[in-house]
Design a protein. Structure first.
Length: 178
């Protein structure tokens, strides 16, 4: 619908209201087909790029939400270690049973809180093969009891948040028989 008429012309804007001019639109059909194909190709690429951006942004947002508790978990791990040390020291020194039970309850509550936020303990057991993805070797010692490259002592428990290792288990690794 073109509402152009001569009354649309003004002295200030003599070009306003002019009917559209033919800018070579009646050119070669092959050239027009090539331009149309090029424009369609660019549109498809831009659409695909926009969809990829949306997926990437959604994935990154999900990762941020999933691991939002990571700094808090890292801050709580030394506290958990100290509570475990207090339990071990109380057991060795023969502390009153009520005191020991209280400290164990605190440790259990800390583990429950960590678990509620999907932070779980990495199981590192004696005789287990050393796995550098979940273990950190703090020492290596010869041992007739354990084969080479197996865990022979656990110094500190490791933790992971969902599937990401927050802190690897700190272990002593056997180098095999002397």
């Amino acid at each position: 619908m073109n509402d152009w008429n001569e009354n649309n012309l003004t002295e200030d804007n003599p070009g306003v209201g002019q009917p559209p001019t033919d800018n070579g639109a009646s050119g070669d059909p092959q050239q027009l087909r090539a331009e149309l194909d090029d424009t369609r190709d660019r549109l498809l690429r831009m659409t695909a790029e926009l969809e990829n951006y949306r997926k990437r942004a959604s994935r990154e947002l999900e990762q941020e939400r999933r691991y939002a508790a990571l700094p808090v978990v890292r801050d709580l791990l030394p506290l958990m270690d100290n509570v475990q040390r207090a339990i071990e020291a109380a057991e060795k020194s023969g502390a009153p049973a009520g005191f020991l039970d209280g400290v164990r309850l605190v440790a259990q509550q800390l583990e429950t809180i960590l678990g509620r936020h999907h932070a779980t303990k990495i199981e590192a057991s004696l005789g287990q093969p050393f796995d550098p993805h979940i273990h950190e070797a703090i020492s290596q010692m010869p041992s007739p009891q354990y084969p080479a490259d197996t865990v022979m002592a656990v110094a500190a428990a490791g933790y992971q948040l969902h599937d990401r290792v927050v802190r690897p288990a700190q272990v002593v690794v056997s180098s095999g028989p002397g």
